[in-house]
Ligand binder design. Sequence first.
Ligand code: GUN
Ligand code: ZN
Length: 435
Amino acid sequence: MTLYRAQVIDTPEDPFSGGALRCDADAGLLVDGGVIVARGGFADLRRRHPEADIVELPDGILLPGLVDTHVHFPQVRVIGALGMPLLEWLERCALPEESRLAEAGYARAVAAEFVAGLLQAGTTTALVFGSHFAPAVDALFEAAAASGLRITSGLVVGDRMLRPGLHTSAKRAYDEGRALAARWHGVGRSRYAVIPRFALSCSDDLLASCGQLHRDVPDSWFTSHLNENLDEIATVRRLFGGGSYLDCYDRHGLVGPRSVLAHDVHPTDEELKRMAEAGASVAHCPTSNAALGSGLFPLNRHLAYGVPVALGCDVGAGTGFSLFKEALQAYLLQQLRGPDGTALSAAHLLHLVTAAGAQALGLRDHIGDLSAGRRFDAIWVRPQPGTPLHITIRHSNGPEEALAKVFALATSHDVVQVWADGIPVRRDRLADAVM
Ligand code: GUN
Ligand code: ZN
């Protein structure tokens, strides 16, 4: 048993429903077998458990491991292409790179970079868009399992408008998905997700095969893109005869409580109503939406309809793996929406990148905060002395203000230790794997 001593901040109660930030200046977390078995004041827990090994985490803040609900594995090497809208960026940047993952050695190298990128940023759980190639998806699951990362992922499928090397058929998509799910779904921390790339790149037959796979793999997840860009939406309407974008997925049984739809920048009221009724969640990707000029996410309308929202970095179209940066961008963007904006506090931001993500992925009983009974997925944010983050935290009036500084200033370099399921992630091993 290990007793961790730290300043701990988390959001066990949802700030969007009036919950307050929980801040313990000198907390003790007693961890056994990867589970937090007791939480309290450090001095009290030390007295009650003199046998426990003690790990002191002085300075800085211990937070729950971050949860990313939308991130593309094959796009690590193309982060940062600026100046294009979605469809042009896909054609010129993302799809050429995704084609390279046909080669297994290339895919393994990218998988190591991807896993390292997530963990270095403090992300311990992610819903991951896999690759169009089954061996590359195996490489991702293998790298994640070796690292401690908790992932839900799967084969990405499309059968039109991408490029021939990325196209599949309804039967092949089903067969390859079924085989991957048999290897990885429910194995360790891995789960399988059915992933049509987006309705634009999928025939109705292919989406029907996705629906069948989702039904045939019990407790599988579904994720795809939705309502990201106006040209994309117009094309989807034309291809599918004018119905709603959401309905392309919904009519095949793909919209339910185990569904996460990415972006949803331009939803109709009917779609929001339907997602709320189905219990489907939305992954908001604010830096990607800004970089591609996709639009200003209407958080107020999602909240009004009761659609659960969490955050995703998107990675390729976004600006990197940092969920601190995503949360900051979410905050900035809402400030710019004027009267339609939702004012976000540091507590809201922490909730969006931890508990809300865990909720969207059906993992809230296990992760999302640092209460007794949860798995010990945690990150220690400890800025280097003399940096602006160190200085502003030292001069903060209280923990909520200190947390706001983390969102304003922290980068992956300030995440000095990550635990996944109670096990410290070795940064040197991550770096070695990437070489
Ligand atoms: N829509 C279809 N594919 C993609 C992708 O790779 N990134 C984003 N942002 N949107 C998409
Ligand atoms: Zn995406």
